[in-house]
Design a protein around this ligand. Structure first.
Ligand code: TLP
Length: 353
């Protein structure tokens, strides 16, 4: 029995997130053998290699290793705004919805929310939210986009729409940040290289600890000047790490070995959605499942009830609303697990008794 099998039999089928993945034995080995140094002194060779490789993949001058996607996003906000500025962001974007009020708490900025269709907005949505310079108004400074979009159900930004939003932002003198926690998924799903998306934004966050399966880490990329400024705020926010090469080695391993396999997660998510579409008590359009996140609307029961019942049969999902649950396929979930999860859903979602 391999380590991977053990993990799967010992645990339940965990579809709560792609953050729950465990490092593989080969990844652990790479981590154990990493060359390290003090990264605050710029002396960790493995962190440097990861930063260089990430910058190259994203077509940016530099990248900066970060402890989390949240810190990468919030350093990006802090480095590109001043207190009192306005950030234009889709209403359900992670930076606004799931980061504990950090834009206000850490950068002193307000978020002006744009309406999204599964997380995607248009240049017109952006322009409609812009106000002329006036002493009454906060200064609009930064536009944030998220690709893939988490609460949109792993949805993809059409490249043309993203280009048009980037142009509208530039025309209005705004900078743009791309929360690409799952940009790897977007590229695998569309065939559009990461750097093509990244070229449209001034700053980009990518995560190694989501679908790629590394235990810890993200990176924030941009120009040399931007990264120098971001490095200062990373220190201020407490994110300067020492022998971080142990973590960077896991991220590098994930980058080189786990990107292409995201296609398997996408196929598993689609299979799950297609199976769910046939079950009573569930409303889902499989065509909306573009990557590894499956949003499931429950028509008969409360999310809390279904989460509880699934848990009892060894399947874990996350409630994302009173009648919505989320299943995220990942490195530790096999096609056979999808069949088991469907059987569990058939029992959990249909009947009240
Ligand atoms: N998302 C997590 C939870 O916070 C909801 C998840 O399980 O999906 N940007 C996006 C789009 C994300 O989905 C996440 C994590 C982050 C940023 C933050 O990354 P971390 O968790 O590393 O701070």
């Amino acid at each position: 029995m391999t380590h991977h099998d053990q993990a799967n039999t010992a645990r339940c089928i965990d579809l709560r997130s792609d953050t729950v993945t465990l490092p593989t034995p080969a990844m652990r080995q790479a981590m154990a053998q990493a060359d390290v140094g003090d990264d605050v002194f710029g002396e960790d060779p493995t962190v440097r290699r990861l930063e260089e490789r990430t910058a190259e993949l994203l077509g940016k001058e530099q990248a900066l290793f970060m402890p989390s996607g949240t810190m990468a996003n919030q350093v990006a906000v802090r480095a590109q705004t001043e207190p009192g500025d306005e950030v234009l962001i889709e209403a359900e974007a992670h930076i606004h919805y799931y980061e504990a009020g950090a834009p206000a708490a850490l950068s002193g900025v307000t978020c002006r929310c744009l309406p999204g269709r599964r997380g995607v907005f248009t240049p017109d949505d952006l322009r409609a939210a812009l106000r002329p310079p006036d002493q009454h108004f906060p200064r609009p400074r930064l536009v944030c986009v998220e690709n893939t979009h988490n609460r949109g159900g792993g949805s993809l930004w059409p490249l043309e729409t993203l280009k048009a939003v980037a142009e509208a932002a530039r025309a209005a003198g705004l900078r743009m940040h791309l929360d690409g926690a799952r940009l790897w998924n977007a590229s695998v799903a569309t065939g559009v290289p990461e750097r093509t998306y990244a070229a449209l934004a001034d700053s980009v966050n990518v995560c190694f600890s989501k679908g790629l399966g590394a235990p810890v880490g993200s990176a924030l990329a941009g120009t040399r000047d931007f990264v120098a400024r971001a490095r200062r705020f990373r220190k201020q926010f407490g994110g300067g790490m020492r022998q971080a090469g142990i973590l960077a080695a896991g991220a590098l391993y994930a980058l080189e070995h786990h990107r292409a396999r995201l296609a398997d997660d996408h196929a598993n998510a689609r299979a799950l959605a297609e199976g769910l579409a046939n079950l009573p008590g569930i409303d889902i359009d499989p065509a909306h499942v573009q990557t590894n996140i499956v949003l499931i609307r429950l028509t008969r029961l409360a999310a809390s009830t279904v989460v509880h019942r699934l848990e009892a049969s060894g399947v874990r999902v996350l409630a994302t609303g009173p009648q919505t649950v989320r299943a995220v396929t990942n490195l530790n979930v096999t096609r056979a697990d999808i069949g088991s999860a469907l059987a569990a859903f058939a029992n959990a979602a249909g009947s009240p008794g």
